[in-house]
Design a protein around this ligand. Sequence first.
Ligand code: GLY
Length: 552
Amino acid sequence: MRKLTLVLVCLLVALPASAKPRLGAIASAHPLATEAGFEVLAAGGNACDAAVAVSAALAVVEPVSSGIGGGAFYLIERRGGQALFVDARETAPASATRDMYLGADGEHDRRRSLDGPLAAGIPGEPAALAHVVKRCGRLDLKRTLAPAIRLASEGFEPDAFHLLMAGMRKAALAASPAAAAIFLDNGEAPKAGFRLVQKDLAAVLQRLARAGKAGFYEGETARLIVDGVNAAGGAWTADDLKHYKVVERAPLRGRYRDMDVLTAPPPSSGGVALLAALNILEGFALDLRDSVTGKHLIVEAMRRAYRDRAEYLGDPDFVAMPIAQLIDKNYAAGLRAGIRPDRATPSASLPGAPAGPEGTDTTHFSVVDTHGNVVSATLSVNIPFGSGFVPPGTGILLNDEMDDFSAKEGSPNTYGLIGAHANAIAPGKRPLSSMTPTILRRGDTMAVLGTPGGSRIISMVLLGALEFAAGNDDPAAWVSTGRYHHQFWPDVIEYEPEGLNDTDRAGLERLGHTLKPVDRRYGNMQAIAWQPANGEMKAASDPRRKGSAQVR
Ligand code: GLY
């Protein structure tokens, strides 16, 4: 007995009363969303459960960027290495037509593809939440949605970025009485101290928690959405919602030197362009180049990867795409051979079409649990506050992801080039996306990363991946690296102040590049580094915004 007591005392000394089991790492764009994820991990959930909790919480506390009126991509690597990609991209309603956003003058009327119910695709995120929990979670929707339901009912104080964006999108929000009642304060953009309470959204989330997918896509929520959209000039049917399905797709795989890449397949263009750029760069020994030449070569790889993206990619359920060729090392070698180390290639000298403009307000989060599961997820409503339209009685801000289609395909654009038809509008089709949730592995270390930022998402993930590939295992370095971007057209390098120094700028101009500083820093990368062998985790949030990255 004395021996047993002694053993117990020793154990208690070795394990202080405060010691708690480790939970994992989460990096998200909002502290309350990161907290929601840890709440669910502490309740026995795994990374899939935490991903659902973080997504739903972001829908409540970061409605600027994502929500259950929007869509998402989840890249998941389960313990043991099985990888899956959950495509919950929005779909065009059955009433959609190829030319639906062309005005009487035959030109794209962008206001109609950006604001109001006509701009919205059928939401995918609620179906994804139900799917992810069932497919790889340990808990149920009632538990995983609980933090979001609480945040929506009790309210929270939006941050400065939310208030700024509400001012920017005031006109669209004001045009929807239900949106104005929730997101504006007596018709004006709210000020600091405003409490955002979302009772209708809480009720919608409760129905989703109780009945799963059918709790959103059928029954009262679906009826309120369809009635609200149609009363305001849209054209949705009950079947549009009832027939919405997430699609599980095989993630794209590639290798850059000693780094394995797992990334997003179409309808994301991100993974294809990321792999294409890495394949081109693999033959260039970037580590041996001076800063100007290295950046020049990276820009030339971006130029060619973005060129192919605009030309060939769309929804894989609608268009045949030469994916295997586009990410083939021999194809990349051909493209590499056309790059001059001493001269920029004018985009006009290459065949190809420019992409349309893309929305920038999206969100990314990364999760790793202590069971060996990893989630890299990017979610979107497109531009800030999506379409600005809320169907009355739902609290759901609908997306404006229809703007990610090419609204005017097959005819010359303002640059005299022919727009690609792969991304033309069709009923039930998913618009092409740039969202690039990615998981990398080099040696013992995994990197989980992604970011919002419209078409710049791909170049940001590329720059983060190159940092990791160069041997930098600290996610703080990937998220804070200065950014520059080239997307084939317009033929300019856009850059943040930290992206290019004086010597870089002078050198790149000497090589024939046109430079354009951006008026504000961009991106909001959320990243985790994890060493499965020893369990070490590091998490980092982009210093440009106010996310929360934690290891507990
Ligand atoms: N709406 C942004 C994207 O999907 O890329």
